[in-house]
Design a protein around this ligand. Sequence first.
Ligand code: ZN
Length: 148
Amino acid sequence: MMTPQRKRWWLKQFEALEVYDDWRDFEWQKQRWANFSPWEFYSKGDGKLAIDEYALDCLQALRTEIGKPIQINSAFRSVAYNRRIGGSKWSMHKLAIAFDINLHGHDRKDLTEAAIANGFNGIGQYRTFIHIDTRPWIARWDQRWRGK
Ligand SMILES: [Zn+2]
């Protein structure tokens, strides 16, 4: 639930977020995020990129713990792209702190537990993927009934 306090937090993050028009403009830290590449994180549709370093550190820690490839269906979403796909106004994808991880080749329970253990507080279950994000409060939801 987006309480007024949480909305204030979201807006502060949103205003501070640096958005690059092209993913090539962001200086990628190859050692720090060794199992990922910048083009896995840009906004589909318009190629804009924003990176939250803490969220990426958590994602790398999760990847290191599970020891097998992670396929990201969706990461950062620009305002325009989020609107086009009907994403929620307060989407954590707009803050670059959310990742939709394809479940192919993964055990849902193992991936969920590893995500929680590595700093992901927002966890959404979908039929073919899980949404994970590093919002500062705990959130859980299950949308598997929607068939996505
Ligand atoms: Zn998501």
